[in-house]
Design a protein around this ligand. Structure first.
Ligand SMILES: NC(=O)c1ccc[n+]([C@@H]2O[C@H](COP(=O)([O-])OP(=O)(O)OC[C@H]3O[C@@H](n4cnc5c(N)ncnc54)[C@H](OP(=O)(O)O)[C@@H]3O)[C@@H](O)[C@H]2O)c1
Length: 195
């Protein structure tokens, strides 16, 4: 399985730290030349590969750590995502309720990533907390996830667990994305699961 993170800002860097800490190889890209990621690559070492956006979009699991408004252009750049997994780690800051309508934000994302299986996770905690070690007081920080494909959800549970979090799979329940979105009951909940 290959992984990439699109976006090297606050959230992308927090996730990059978790991949590196666990020795899981990943690509990282932003809108600029990969050379802009040299300092972070030197800090995080071998697991991190600074990539161009085009290279990063080829991974088996692509994590979107970009402003919500940027997702559409990226999704439509590839005609068929060929069943690959795209993780929607975005929140809808700056998007009007009219633009969202009644739709789940993750379904809006999926409509631009044709043929992809989109799973929502990693969006629910502030980047500074996400960057911290997920073990706390003998337990592990909870990461909720939701998506419309059972197998994709299972693969993302696996990744979230490899990164050290306690994955809670909301499965395919209706309104799942809204539970995790801005204003939803599961956002900003720093929950620690004990064995
Ligand atoms: N910050 C948080 O605490 C937090 C927590 C949870 C979720 N989120 C969500 O995570 C997403 C990113 O937030 P952030 O705070 O990390 O933002 P940020 O610090 O401003 O970083 C945004 C990153 O996205 C990249 N980017 C923007 N447009 C792009 C495009 N068209 N193609 C490729 N890369 C693009 C930027 O590239 P350049 O570096 O080249 O400009 C930058 O690296 C947002 O949806 C936000 O709601 C943030």
């Amino acid at each position: 399985m290959t992984y990439s993170i699109i976006g090297s800002g606050k959230l992308g860097t927090a996730l990059a730290r978790q991949f590196a800490r666990n020795g899981i190889e990943f690509g990282l890209a932003n809108t600029r030349d990969p050379i802009t990621l040299t300092a972070l690559a030197q800090e995080l070492g071998k697991p991190m590969i600074a990539q161009s956006l085009q290279e990063a979009l080829k991974a088996d699991i692509v994590i979107l750590a970009i402003p919500f408004k940027a997702h559409r252009e990226i999704g439509l750049a590839i005609a068929d995502w060929n069943n690959r997994i795209v993780i929607d780690a975005m929140n809808t800051y700056g998007v009007s309720p009219e633009e969202l309508g009644d739709r789940e934000s993750t379904d809006i994302v999926a409509s631009a990533f044709i043929g992809a299986r989109v799973v929502k996770t990693f969006n629910q905690l502030p980047a500074a907390l996400l960057a911290k070690h997920p073990e706390e007081n003998g337990g592990r920080r909870v990461m909720f996830l939701w998506g419309r494909d059972h197998d994709a959800n299972t693969d993302v549970v696996d990744l979230v667990g490899q990164l050290g979090f306690a994955a809670i799979n909301l499965g395919m329940i209706e309104q799942g994305s809204k539970l995790l979105s801005l204003g939803g009951p599961l956002i900003l909940q720093n929950i620690i699961k004990h064995p």
